[in-house]
Design a protein around this ligand. Sequence first.
Ligand SMILES: NC(=O)c1ccc[n+]([C@@H]2O[C@H](COP(=O)([O-])OP(=O)(O)OC[C@H]3O[C@@H](n4cnc5c(N)ncnc54)[C@H](OP(=O)(O)O)[C@@H]3O)[C@@H](O)[C@H]2O)c1
Length: 252
Amino acid sequence: MTTALITGASSGLGAEFARQLAAQGHALVLVARDRARLEKLAAELRSRTGVEVEVLPADLTDEAQLAAVVDRVGDPARPVGILVNNAGIGLLHDFDRTPLEDEIKHVRLHVEAPLSLCHAAIRAMSARNEGRIINVASVAAFVPRGSYSAAKAWMLAFSRWANLHYKRRGIIVTALCPGFVHTEFHSRMGMTTKFIPPFLWLRAERVVREGLVDNLRGKGVSIPSRRYKAVVLLSRVLPGRLLQGPQRRPRR
Ligand SMILES: NC(=O)c1ccc[n+]([C@@H]2O[C@H](COP(=O)([O-])OP(=O)(O)OC[C@H]3O[C@@H](n4cnc5c(N)ncnc54)[C@H](OP(=O)(O)O)[C@@H]3O)[C@@H](O)[C@H]2O)c1
């Protein structure tokens, strides 16, 4: 068993990655901003599974705090065998209505942080000729849906390429592309989910389980559920205007 470093581990998909990887016997490094939530999860996992759990609080949009996590990923004395780039946020309003600083933080979190962590991880993993990386993208990467889609499309393109390129050095890189998942993602951005039909929702447990299996199978892209595989197939033939999805609306 190896050590897995998970970003955005304080809730949602990240916490579920922590639970499933701990259940498999992996030691963990949990990264997010909320130290108290990370400590609580760490205590739960230590007592339930007996694995070692390290807590590394960091705001990944902050240069110095990101650098500390990059150092941890690249530390040869404490190798990280599995990296899960999962931390993410949504933006409620259209691009032109969102303050530029929020858009820049958004791109730092979704592109700069995973790029920096992948860089450190791939260097360290190359030296050992083994490693696994899961980049949590989204089905949004396949459709035109604001700067969120653009950022996730970067993650998808990067993971596809890195998987092909580094497989020969024993490193698997998978872009995990879920549709709507029950987490805190939508409530944190203040978005109503009333208009999203129930059949479009996935459970975090299933998304993470399928993502881990696809990563172990060496896949560059993982799309949990047949529903969303069909959405991705349709995205190749339907015109962009039909693929934009429902307008994001605030909660009342
Ligand atoms: N839920 C969905 O429908 C859905 C669909 C497709 C893709 N995704 C993607 O799934 C990933 C996980 O999101 P989720 O659905 O699990 O949402 P979530 O429950 O809101 O979790 C987001 C996580 O990211 C962390 N985070 C946010 N900003 C951060 C920052 N600046 N620095 C470090 N950590 C930060 C949060 O922790 P702290 O607040 O403690 O920092 C939290 O642990 C995201 O990349 C999201 O884009 C979600």
